[in-house]
Design a protein around this ligand. Structure first.
Ligand code: TMP
Ligand code: ASP
Length: 336
């Protein structure tokens, strides 16, 4: 059995106990519930190998993050920003950030092109989701989400939620960018849990953490200008905002479908399953060991960002939707 060097259980469960200084942001604890996050003008690439100071970059990144997070919030994606504090700071929920980040790609670029020998600019048929381990020393390597789950870096429910939310973020932001003449090539999101274990979108969504191209010329407007020494980095960042400013955009409110799948526990009699078992045998389906039947309760939630729906549905499932002595349940979710 392989063991990760660090004890990630502790990383996940520990709330931010002391102030944290990142490469481009600082986090200051205000109280148990909230933090102040300051966006700096420093820009880095190659996990800090390449650095520069670009005056005004912190504000531009926060302007874009704030704009997008407010749209996502209204659409029903739970996110961490409580309020804008100043030009380059926000008050946000105190989250324990998960050690695995998620990347969504629409067009081949960056490490995806290098890893698979693909040509930058090819459209992917459907959005492609990847996970990366947050570890500068290891250069944030790609990680199989099943390994991340096996090693308790994230739970399988957190993984499923991250994917569900990230794909919705992709739809919403891509649509807005298209309206403003831009292509959302790819982006990275970080998620964290509050002290009750509720998952929220954290960190940022800015030109540092996404690739954005002009829809016609495919000119790069994001941090690739810095990574590849293309020049005019801040002008690219500003042009993303300027273009968005020209268009009012509001995403439709997302409807979350939560399905509670209830089945009999192992060893419990299931006469309805036995009938189907015999019928299938009579129809010539061989080698059936056991058939179980159950029920599905499908719940449509209007605004999932306003309350801790998983925890509430978990409680309901345990207390009234199932008989815990003889039944087990699983929660699945998707957006309408
Ligand atoms: P990549 O092509 O280098 O893997 O990056 C994909 C996208 O995710 C790109 O827009 C940059 C962003 N990203 C970060 O912001 N931080 C990271 O640590 C990683 C891995 C990606
Ligand atoms: N986010 C990493 C850094 O700031 C890697 C990169 O963006 O190239 O160093």
């Amino acid at each position: 059995m392989v063991h990760f060097k660090r004890d990630f259980h502790i990383v996940i469960l520990k709330m931010i106990e002391k102030n944290y200084k990142g490469k481009v942001k600082d986090v200051h604890l205000i109280d148990e519930e909230s933090v102040r996050i300051v966006f700096h003008d420093q820009i880095t690439a190659g996990d800090g190998d390449k650095k520069d100071l670009l005056k005004g970059k912190g504000k531009l990144n926060l302007d874009l993050t704030y704009k997008l997070f407010m749209i996502l919030d209204k659409a029903g994606i739970p996110q961490h920003i409580l309020k804008r504090d100043s030009d380059n700071s926000i008050i946000a929920k105190n989250l324990s950030i998960l050690p695995v980040e998620i990347v969504v790609r629409n067009i081949v670029a960056g490490s995806f092109a290098r890893r698979y020998g693909l040509t930058e600019g090819e459209n992917l048929k459907t959005p492609y989701v990847e996970f990366f381990l947050k570890d500068d020393k290891l250069h944030d390597p790609l990680i199989d989400s099943n390994i991340a789950i096996k090693h308790n870096l994230i739970t399988s429910r957190q993984r499923d939620l991250m994917v569900t939310y990230a794909l919705q973020v992709n739809k919403i932001v891509s649509e807005y960018f298209k309206l403003a003449g831009m292509l959302l090539v790819d982006f990275k999101l970080e998620f964290g849990v509050d002290k009750n274990g509720v998952l929220f979108l954290g960190d940022e969504l800015s030109a540092d953490s996404m690739r954005v191209w002009d829809i016609e010329t495919r000119e790069k407007l994001d941090k690739d200008r810095f990574r590849k020494d293309l020049g005019d980095v801040l002008q690219g960042y500003k042009s993303i905002l300027d273009r968005l400013e020209k268009h009012d955009f509001e995403a439709d409110r997302l409807n979350l479908i939560v399905k509670v799948l209830i089945t009999p526990k192992k060893g419990v009699n299931n006469p309805a399953g036995d009938v189907i078992h015999r019928t299938l045998n009579n129809l010539g389906v061989p080698s059936i060991k056991k058939v179980n039947t159950g029920k599905i309760i499908s719940i449509l939630i209007d605004n999932p960002s306003t309350f801790d729906w998983i925890e509430k549905i978990d409680n309901a499932a345990i207390q009234i939707l199932t008989n815990p002595l003889i039944e087990q349940y699983e929660i699945k979710f998707s957006f309408d």
